[in-house]
Design a protein around this ligand. Structure first.
Ligand SMILES: *[C@@H]1O[C@H](CO)[C@@H](O)[C@H](O)[C@H]1NC(C)=O
Ligand SMILES: *[C@@H]1O[C@H](CO)[C@@H](O)[C@H](O)[C@H]1NC(C)=O
Ligand SMILES: *[C@@H]1O[C@H](CO)[C@@H](O)[C@H](O)[C@H]1NC(C)=O
Ligand SMILES: *[C@@H]1O[C@H](CO)[C@@H](O)[C@H](O)[C@H]1NC(C)=O
Ligand SMILES: *[C@@H]1O[C@H](CO)[C@@H](O)[C@H](O)[C@H]1NC(C)=O
Ligand SMILES: *[C@@H]1O[C@H](CO)[C@@H](O)[C@H](O)[C@H]1NC(C)=O
Length: 362
């Protein structure tokens, strides 16, 4: 083997590595800045039980390669974290005014806005895509993410309580489905770019972005989605015409599983645990982290639920609380039977309320 041959191979390898990085497609990014199929982030509340107050910026993180919660070495306000690395692509697309990428950021609680629209969805998220692929983020953080002019940051409004965020990488063909789900959501889009090449495939996002009148939406819509890495998801979207508790009236019955539900318990008349229909929904009261710290659902603004029974393995993450006024709001949940995601969330449940008002400790 000649030295020239070895060098040739080396140069080729180097070029292909550079090529790969250059051509890196739009995707969720891990804490190392690498493309990942999905990641989950659970920001811990400032107030944990029997501990002095934290910064309100620490979080647990897991993704399709790490497969279990780990306490992040970053804080949620740092650009190096997975949310920062992922949204960086959106901010770059904004700056380059690139006609081949589309993005939207939406939140019922818009950064710097005093106006609140009760008619639009109680839903928070972001998406960025080109005609090859992109990502969709669903989270619970008020006034997040910042306008693209500002670059990455984390608002004080998201510090006090627990928050969740999920990012999933999808091939382009899945965004036509996401576009239909978003019509049910009727989200408050506060910044976006929808170049005309996307109009035929994403007509609803085009209208949401332009702020123009929307076609009539179905009462609710269930959608099967598959991530770029082949993970299956089921997405529930309800409009404000579907006036009911999404957990009991739809998700538990549709998934045919009893659910343990974690959500923001800040309403005077929160809905109690419910055993009226075939599949039950129980309210979680206490969360325990893998490091044995505990916190009350009162301090958690995230919204998720898991199957009570381990064999069912459903986990759903989304937008709505189990509170009577939220029956009138649009929003949704993304669900999966990924076993690592299920284990990660199911093991967080420390205490939930049964229907007879007795407590269930785990
Ligand atoms: C993150 O927040 C902490 C605590 O408020 C602050 O000390 C730090 O400077 C912030 N970091 C960034 C990058 O904003
Ligand atoms: C625009 O986006 C496309 C697809 O993501 C990419 O290939 C191209 O390099 C981008 N152009 C600029 C100027 O950023
Ligand atoms: C939002 O996005 C558009 C580009 O689509 C931009 O022109 C506008 O200035 C952005 N910022 C705000 C604060 O609306
Ligand atoms: C349980 O939820 C269903 C669906 O929202 C509702 O019809 C029923 O009245 C609830 N049961 C109780 C005891 O609140
Ligand atoms: C948490 O508590 C359990 C049981 O009390 C114990 O076995 C485990 O080692 C503890 N874990 C940590 C990280 O302290
Ligand atoms: C459960 O307790 C609450 C208050 O603690 C009470 O209002 C409610 O009626 C009780 N429900 C049942 C089924 O006993």
């Amino acid at each position: 083997m000649s030295a020239g041959y070895v060098w040739g191979c080396f140069a080729l390898l180097l070029c292909s590595i550079i090529e790969f990085r250059w051509a890196a497609e739009i995707s969720c990014r891990s804490e190392e800045g690498e493309p990942v199929d999905w990641f989950l982030l659970y920001k811990l509340p400032k107030y944990m039980r029997e501990e002095s107050p934290g910064s309100g910026l620490e979080y647990m993180y897991m993704d399709s390669s790490t497969k279990a919660w780990a306490l992040s070495k970053y804080l949620v306000n740092m650009t190096q974290n997975a949310l920062g690395q992922t949204l960086m692509q959106l901010y770059e697309a904004y700056e380059s005014k690139n006609d081949s990428t589309a993005y939207a950021v939406y939140n019922d609680d818009v950064p710097y806005s005093d106006h609140y629209s009760w008619k639009q969805g109680h839903t928070k998220g972001f998406l960025l895509l080109d005609k090859s692929q992109g990502f969709w983020g669903i989270h619970s953080i008020p006034r997040f993410p910042p306008f693209p002019e500002e670059g990455y940051g984390y608002p004080p409004s998201g510090e006090l309580y627990g928050q969740t965020a999920i990012c999933i990488t999808f091939k382009y063909n899945q965004f036509a489905e996401i576009d239909k789900q978003l019509l049910c959501y009727n989200p408050k889009v506060y910044n976006c770019s929808m170049p005309s090449v996307f109009y035929p495939d994403l007509p609803n996002l085009q209208k949401l972005c332009a702020g123009s009148e929307l076609p009539l939406s179905p009462w609710r819509r269930l959608s099967k989605l598959q991530s770029a890495g082949g993970e299956n998801f089921l997405h529930f979207a309800k409009s404000h015409f579907f006036v009911d508790d999404i957990y009991v009236a739809w998700m538990a019955q549709q998934l045919q599983t009893d659910l343990l539900a974690e959500y923001w318990h800040h309403y005077k008349h929160d809905l109690p645990s419910n055993c009226s229909l075939q599949h039950y929904v129980f309210n979680i009261n206490l969360i325990k982290t893998p490091w044995n710290s505990t916190f009350c659902s009162f301090h958690d603004h995230s919204k998720w639920c898991v199957s009570r029974l381990y064999e069912d393995e459903w986990t759903c993450i989304g937008d709505l609380n189990r509170a009577p006024p939220q029956a009138w709001r649009s929003g949704g949940f993304i669900c999966t039977q990924n076993r690592y995601i299920y284990k990660a969330f199911r093991h967080l449940v420390f205490h939930y309320q049964s229907c007879s008002n007795s407590s269930v400790w785990l």
